[in-house]
Design a protein around this ligand. Structure first.
Ligand SMILES: Nc1ncnc2c1ncn2[C@@H]1O[C@H](COP(=O)(O)OP(=O)(O)OP(=O)(O)O)[C@@H](O)[C@H]1O
Ligand SMILES: [Mg+2]
Length: 264
């Protein structure tokens, strides 16, 4: 796999300060005093996983970082700037979000076309990305169920979000609903592309195996009210592969995380 990415050369720092989420004007809190500081490691990036039970507020946190909604109180800074300023961030949603009236190729070309990249160049770069995510031969199909499988549609979404190399990539359970093998393929793809991109990824999931397999650091999110309860560093070498999941350090960390979450 050989993809050319344009490096942003900017430190990617995400800071969440005293975040609170309330849907009843502060009578009860879903998220309360959540703090998180992500410091980028230059020329390497970091793969951050936020692990928490269903409904604890993971998608909500990603939406705050993406600037799609604002918290009840608290602040979100991206590279030192508050969220009302323009910062390129890419988000892969929990629900399939390919543009189904466009072909695979058009879906992947769009972020480049929006940036004013000439059509022929956008086409070439999109085709290398399509090859990288294993969709060569499918580029002229419409990106929808009936034409592509769920796993293939998710590959389109991943290709589209990564092609412009946004520097910060937010992934919301990108393999939800896929069978085990396909889910592992998507995880391997994400891990592999991240190592080439050297960007900052924040992935949220409730799946401990996936968190350890992908992450360089895992933050455990508590529930009701939610905050960041604990940090686990994942000292497993990259690139990760199927053997990683069977290794002793993987299983030991899995036991520690499981025990911690059980007590939470
Ligand atoms: N508009 C709303 N009004 C009231 N409660 C809401 C609203 N939107 C979200 N919630 C609640 O906020 C909580 C957090 O939602 P969120 O989607 O962030 O959870 P999640 O951790 O992503 O869950 P999952 O793992 O199932 O995707 C949920 O309990 C949800 O019911
Ligand atoms: Mg969610």
């Amino acid at each position: 796999m050989n993809i050319e990415f344009q490096n942003t050369n900017l430190p990617d720092i995400i800071e969440l300060k005293d975040i609170r989420t309330s849907y009843d004007h502060g009578q009860t809190y879903i998220i309360k005093d959540l703090n998180l500081l992500v410091e980028d490691i230059p020329n390497q990036g970091e793969f951050i996983v936020i692990l928490g039970k269903s409904g604890c507020g993971k998608t909500t946190i990603l939406k705050y970082i993406a600037g799609l909604t604002n918290p009840y109180s608290g602040q979100v800074f991206i590279r030192g700037k508050s969220r009302d300023q323009e910062v390129p961030i890419s988000m892969v949603f929990q629900e399939p979000s390919a543009l189904e009236h466009y072909t695979v190729l058009k879906n992947v070309m769009l972020p480049l076309l929006y940036r004013g990249v000439p059509v022929h160049e956008a086409r070439d770069r999109a085709m290398s990305m399509i090859t990288a995510v294993g969709l060569e031969g499918h580029e002229h199909k419409f990106a929808k169920f009936g034409k592509l499988s769920g796993g293939q549609i998710q590959r389109v979404v991943i290709a589209r979000s990564l092609i412009a190399n946004p520097g910060i990539i937010l992934l919301d359970e990108p393999n939800r609903g896929l069978d085990n093998d396909t889910a592992l393929q998507i995880d391997l793809l994400i891990s592999n592309l991240w190592q080439q991109l050297q960007s900052t990824v924040i992935l949220v999931t409730h799946n401990i195996d996936q968190a350890i397999f992908l992450g360089s650091v895992i933050y455990i999110m508590s529930s009701r009210p939610a905050s960041i309860a604990k940090e686990f560093r994942v000292d497993l070498p990259f690139p990760r592969n199927r053997e990683t999941k069977r290794s002793r350090p993987f299983l030991e960390l899995k036991n520690r995380v499981e025990d911690y979450m059980y007590e939470l």
